[in-house]
Design a protein around this ligand. Structure first.
Ligand code: SF4
Ligand code: SF4
Length: 62
């Protein structure tokens, strides 16, 4: 299991994490920021962390 933390102050809603995640963890929320609604499917690949231009995502193994 992985804990996904989004820094909502930093997230610009660019959608990169939605597009790159192989497990479909993210969707865009009503507030135009990313929502890790499917966090239980995270495989810890770190693609989202590496692709986020704002360094807004932190993944922690639980
Ligand atoms: S890649 Fe980063 S800035 Fe873009 S939507 Fe995802 S968390 Fe927000
Ligand atoms: S670490 Fe990989 S599987 Fe987990 S949310 Fe990020 S892109 Fe998706």
């Amino acid at each position: 299991m992985y804990l996904i933390n989004i820094d909502r102050e930093k997230c610009t809603g660019c959608g990169q994490c939605v597009d790159i995640c192989p497990s479909g963890v993210f969707q865009m929320g009503d507030d135009d920021k990313t929502d890790p609604f499917n966090a239980s499917e995270c495989v810890g690949c770190m693609s989202c962390v590496e692709s986020c231009p704002e360094q807004a995502i932190a993944i922690t193994e639980m």
